[in-house]
Design a protein around this ligand. Structure first.
Ligand code: VGL
Ligand code: ZN
Length: 233
């Protein structure tokens, strides 16, 4: 049984300009679903609520049974984290500043370790998920990506975990499309995985067109864009 309906696999191959036969069937045992940051902070009423964020939950719940391997991530910041505008006097949320590792968007205080705001969305139904990666827990460094921190050096260990389990293909879902989803998808490519982002299982923050920019950057790195209806559940 293949994870992707064949028309979807062909379309994803075609979008990359590959001949149709290049899109090999994805076997469930070699695929993982990555559910990025579906936490109260990014849901309705959260400290950094993403518009329509709650709508990803039923979509993720619907496709999850197709996966033998499910990994979740949690944005997991210290109080006073470097990505918070409140840690930089004279700045406001959604401004950009320069930190030791490069440009950083400054955010409202969000997803602080151990708070209810940082908890996973209670309506997620992923009883078979086996790993939760917590990221952004170094006070001086952010981590949008589930694979490595913003210095592009410090690994989270996720690539090793997936490789040790024979995973070749990842399907990325969750919040937010233009930040943690995009960085996770692109780093998955960098680590040699075949990558699909399930568009209707994501929502974006969209600062100055960042959602469109993220899709463009992801496409340039070979990330394939599909819909949940392309997955055979
Ligand atoms: C995220 C902004 C700040 C995300 C995390 O999950 O996309 N965005 N921290
Ligand atoms: Zn964050």
């Amino acid at each position: 049984r293949a994870l992707l309906k064949s028309a979807a696999a062909l379309a994803a191959g075609g979008a990359l300009g590959l001949p149709a036969f290049a899109a090999a069937p994805v076997k469930p045992g070699t695929a993982a679903l990555i559910v990025v940051d579906v936490q109260n902070c990014f849901l309705e009423g959260g400290t950094l609520a993403v518009k329509g964020g709650n709508e990803v939950i039923p979509v993720i719940n619907k496709i999850a049974p197709a996966f033998e391997n499910i990994v979740l991530t949690q944005d997991w910041h210290t109080a006073g984290h470097a990505s918070f505008a409140s840690a930089h006097p004279g700045t406001k949320p959604f401004e950009t500043t320069k930190l030791s590792y490069g440009q950083q968007v400054l955010w409202p205080d969000h997803c602080v370790q151990g708070t209810e705001d940082a908890a996973l969305g209670k309506d997620l139904k992923l009883p078979t998920a086996q790993l939760i990666i917590r990221k952004g827990f170094h006070k001086d460094m952010d981590s949008y990506s589930a694979f490595e921190e913003a210095d592009h050096k410090t690994p989270t260990g996720l690539a090793g975990y997936l490789k040790a389990r024979g995973i070749k293909t990842v399907f990325v879902t969750g919040l937010a499309t233009d930040f943690c989803v995009a960085w996770t998808a692109m780093d998955a490519r960098k680590n040699g995985f075949e990558v699909y982002v399930v568009e209707d299982a994501t929502r974006g923050i969209d600062l100055n067109g960042s959602v469109a920019a993220a899709w463009k950057q992801m496409a340039a790195k070979g990330v394939k864009r599909i819909q949940s209806s392309d997955i055979a559940v």
